[in-house]
Ligand binder design. Structure first.
Ligand SMILES: [Ca+2]
Length: 171
């Protein structure tokens, strides 16, 4: 009973990953590197193009969330295994409501010196997320893209109650 209450109260709860198993398309993909692998929930599988990136014609992967969501953050995960560790890529992340006009949400190098993942704060209503690889040491790839909503007020209330209960249980 105590374990269940503590799980509900976890302060790191970020909600459901709304990109999980959603439709994806990409500029290119290698056999065994389907775009779907960037949203399959498995950090060891990845989308790969099987080719080096041309900065003048960037490779990209896009996920359709199926509806417009108020997004709080997007987590990008590079290679989880040692295979491509150190093979960095430069990216620009875009979001769109109607799959026509695109707004830049963030950019950077993945992975960086510290982490294989990067979290980008968003706070926008979006349906489509596009990860553009504008340069890479090796093939363009992405192990996982996770998209999280801004929690509904009811969810926040439940989390608050969970924290209160957990504190009571701990004391
Ligand atoms: Ca994956």
């Amino acid at each position: 009973m105590m374990a269940i209450l503590l799980t509900i109260a976890s302060p790191s709860f970020a909600g459901l990953n709304i990109a999980l198993n959603k439709p994806t398309t990409a500029s290119a993909s290698q056999s065994g590197g389907s775009p779907f692998y960037a949203v399959d929930g498995d950090y060891t599988t990845m989308w790969t193009t099987g080719r080096h990136t041309d900065p003048l014609n960037p490779d990209w992967i896009k996920v359709d969330l199926g509806d417009i969501y108020l997004i709080s953050e997007i987590v990008l995960r590079a290679d989880y295994q040692d295979t491509y560790k150190g093979y960095r890529l430069a990216y620009v992340l875009y979001g769109s409501v109607e799959n026509l006009l695109w707004t830049e949400l963030g950019n950077g190098i993945l992975p960086d010196d510290y982490d294989l993942s990067e979290t980008i704060q968003v706070k926008r209503s979006l349906q489509y997320i596009r990860f553009n690889v504008i340069g890479s040491v090796h093939w363009a790839h992405l192990n996982e893209m996770e998209v999280y909503e801004v929690p509904e007020p009811a969810t926040l209330l439940l989390l608050g109650l969970g924290c209160l209960i957990a504190r009571k249980v701990k004391t």
